[in-house]
Design a protein around this ligand. Structure first.
Ligand SMILES: Cc1cc2nc3c(=O)[nH]c(=O)nc-3n(C[C@H](O)[C@H](O)[C@H](O)COP(=O)(O)O)c2cc1C
Length: 212
């Protein structure tokens, strides 16, 4: 059976990013494939240590991350999968720190230090990215398009061009009245959660359905 690994780079389980992952996973399952969500915040790992074992001439770990920690079994799972999904909220105009650390460990070993940085990934996995964020779609396209291009460029070089699914203008708190929050309108956010977010989940579901 085909398998898709979905990497949730949000610390919150059962919130926006996780729910997008879950909906994507449901799509994958309904297409007859297997899906597994991995919460990166539960995994004990750090970014690349720059050991360069993955670039050593005739090295036994050439093209793979040899650093042993909580990410090792996950990198193995990804290498055997048919699809991989990177999901992250936007934090300070970027993907979250753990998602970034994952990218270093997952992609760096694949990029050969040769003209054009060709990928030595053993398989051309199907890919998707999921981003969730506070800003609306227009602002996101203005200020985050370089970020999206960069992240998706790494995925395309390593595996294949990813499908992008976004949830913009997300609902952030369990109850806006409990928090100091003058810059976001509570009623607008409730409307987003009730009217727009279900549509975003549906997009994630369809992307999951079509992945493998
Ligand atoms: C530390 C932190 C930084 C954030 N920075 C941004 C940002 O730069 N741009 C943005 O649009 N949203 C930002 N947000 C909002 C989150 O991206 C947004 O609420 C997201 O949907 C949260 O995902 P979650 O519900 O899975 O936790 C930030 C949230 C936190 C906690």
């Amino acid at each position: 059976m085909k398998k898709v690994i979905i990497l949730n780079g949000s610390p919150r389980k059962n919130w926006n990013t996780y729910k997008m992952c879950e909906s994507f996973a449901n799509g994958v399952k309904d297409s007859g494939a297997e899906a597994e969500i991995i919460n990166l915040y539960d995994v004990d790992f750090k970014g690349c240590r720059s050991c360069f074992a993955c670039k050593l001439k005739d090295g036994k770990n050439f093209g793979r991350c040899a650093y042993p920690d909580g990410l090792t079994p996950i990198l193995d799972k990804i290498s055997q999968a048919d699809g991989v999904v990177l999901a992250s909220p936007i934090y300070f105009g970027d993907i979250t720190g753990v998602t970034r650390s994952l990218i270093e460990r997952l992609f760096f070993p694949f990029f050969e230090y040769k003209e054009g940085y060709p990928s030595v990934a053993p398989k051309r996995l199907k890919t998707a990215v999921i981003y969730t964020m506070n800003v609306n779609e227009n602002l996101a396209n203005e200020i985050y398009s370089d970020l999206f291009k960069k992240v998706e460029g790494f995925m395309e070089t390593a595996f294949t061009k990813p499908v992008r699914i976004c949830a913009f203008d997300t609902y952030q708190f369990s109850d806006y009245d409990k928090y100091v929050c003058e810059v976001f309108d509570k009623y607008h956010k409730i409307k987003q959660r009730e009217e727009q977010f279900p549509k975003d989940l549906e997009k994630a579901y369809k992307a999951g359905l079509n992945m493998v």
